[in-house]
Design a protein around this ligand. Sequence first.
Ligand code: DX5
Ligand code: ZN
Length: 222
Amino acid sequence: MKPLIAPSILAADFANMQRDIEMLNRSEADWIHVDVMDGVFVPNISFGFPVINAVKKYATKPLDVHLMIVDPDRYLKAFKDAGADGIMVHYEACTHLHRTIQAIKDLGCRAGVALNPHTNVSLLEDIITDVEQVCIMSVNPGFGGQKFIDNTYKKIKQLRTLAEYHNPELYIEIDGGVDVKNAAKLIEAGANVLVAGSSVFSSEDQLEAISALKNSVPLREV
Ligand code: DX5
Ligand code: ZN
């Protein structure tokens, strides 16, 4: 099985968003990854509802919304209304994660949880059957273009083992520093969704960069 590819529009040209979204529509990308940062949970601010509305207007692919914000419960419906198909909240930002996940599902969105690099995957054991997607951050969230953290491979294998037992359909997404050089190893470790910002948008041939990620392996079924 080929991985799903979710290019992150954090690295797109914001002055040419329509052009970049139309490129993604034509590409082999499966989802469009949308990074929302509040300047509190992470030390950076990205964009909010008006931008997501504009993206949704042109996107023909589902929006995979990654909330790097504190107290996401306050805004779940607003993100759904802005066009989110999947919503991921951070484990570290949710005191009542189970309730938050149920709220995302009640809105009809795919429910996911993202883990910071220092957060152990074993902490998901009591929520893994409730979520449809886990995002393992392979950089500290907040910025595009950072260096991939090698400890991620170990975490993917641990999560894959947990998922085989509790939730084999789980989407295991990797976010941060993903490129064509590490994609194969990530899939081999058990990932099935790859987010890529800089490696796609800084490429001279963005369609080719997405295609290279999409076809970067499948050594085995995941
Ligand atoms: C980081 C964001 C990522 C980011 C990935 O906080 O969650 O989705 O856009 O960008 P690259 O692929 O450049 O590391
Ligand atoms: Zn992200």
